[in-house]
Design a protein around this ligand. Structure first.
Ligand code: GTR
Length: 327
């Protein structure tokens, strides 16, 4: 009698296990979209692929991420909107396009805001960085973490020897407020254009120059049509990984934690990739005949300094002080 009962219990147990694992197997994998403007072998895009790989691993295959590279899903401003509306689940963008939906985060687009890579990561990994990730929720976005993007420099189709050489040049900027003001302060003409269209704008003479980090200058072949670069390092602008809040709210707490863990590890990986490739890109540009000149950085800082007193950027004041105080 007793052994019959045990047998029955065992049978029930086996049935439960089989049913549960069947359900698990049948639970459809959700395939998510991630938008990226760079090609797959760019250091940041490799960070996306690492993130995708780890999300799949840590959610036991419940979530798969398909990365759409090379602006296939649209410009950065477009994909931020798409993520906000829940049309796509993830996007990796620069901070500049996020400013249109969450203005305060624009403090990270201010020129010379970080004094070094170490200073930048001290801020991003501390309470200030966390504050801005958390507050993305105001725009129906979930800030998952930051990636490295090095320093940005000006480049043009004419020799750039100093600040004066930029006067009157049409310079492509990211479609965002601070870059526009910054270029005006240099006596140049800012032209906001989406990243994917910069090469043809340079090639056809719509603009005379642009500004970006070494890997972007080289992988987008801007260096072919704007071969003079001045190393003024006016901006260290982080990248950000965003999730759609609409999608995020459908996830279990465990899957949210798994995704955050994946991002943390992907960030470590991306920074290493970045540090290994940033200066390799500079060498490639030189090998392609580009002319790179050091800048008198103090001259650029002085020209851009008035931006810190402009009424439209007063919203950043409190944060600027906190960032400066972070040692
Ligand atoms: C790159 C950045 C891109 C994009 C681009 C741009 O450095 O990685 O996300 O913002 O700059 O200038 O539009």
């Amino acid at each position: 009698m007793r052994s019959r009962k045990i047998g029955l219990l065992l049978l029930i147990l086996i049935m439960i296990v089989v049913t549960c694992s069947g359900a698990q197997l049948m639970a459809a994998t959700k395939v998510c979209k991630l938008a990226e403007v760079h090609p797959p072998d760019y250091p940041t895009a490799k960070g996306d692929s690492k993130f995708a790989e780890l999300v799949e691993k840590y959610t036991n295959g419940r979530y798969k991420i398909q990365c759409f590279f090379n602006s296939q899903l649209g410009s950065e401003n477009d994909v931020v909107e798409q993520a906000k509306l829940g049309v796509i689940e993830f996007t990796r963008v620069s901070i500049a396009p996020v400013v249109t939906v969450y203005p305060e985060i624009g403090v990270f687009t201010m020129p010379f805001i970080f004094t070094s890579q170490e200073h930048q990561w001290k801020v991003l990994n501390g309470p200030i960085g966390q504050h801005f990730l958390d507050q993305c929720v105001k725009a129906n976005l979930i800030g998952l973490g930051y990636f490295e993007a090095g320093a940005r420099h000006f480049y043009a189709n004419k020799p750039l020897d100093n600040l004066a050489s930029l006067k009157g040049l049409k310079i492509r900027v990211q479609p965002s407020p601070v870059p526009v003001t910054m270029v005006k302060l240099l006596g140049a003409i800012p032209t906001p254009i989406a990243y994917g269209e910069v090469y043809s704008a340079l090639q056809t003479g719509v603009v005379d120059g642009a500004e970006n980090n070494y890997p972007s200058w080289v992988t987008q072949n801007h260096c072919e049509v704007a071969k003079y670069l001045i190393q003024d390092a006016h901006l260290r602008q982080p990248e950000i990984m965003l999730a759609s809040k609409k999608f995020w709210d459908t996830l279990s707490k465990a899957d949210q934690a798994a995704i955050r863990r994946a991002m943390k590890e992907a960030t470590e990986y991306q920074i290493k990739e970045w540090n290994n490739h940033e200066f390799e890109a500079l060498e490639q540009a030189k090998a392609r005949g580009c002319i790179v000149k050091p800048a008198n950085i103090a001259e650029f800082q002085a020209a851009m300094a008035p931006i810190y007193d402009m009424p439209e950027y007063k919203i950043y004041k409190e944060w600027i002080e906190k960032i400066k105080a972070t040692k």
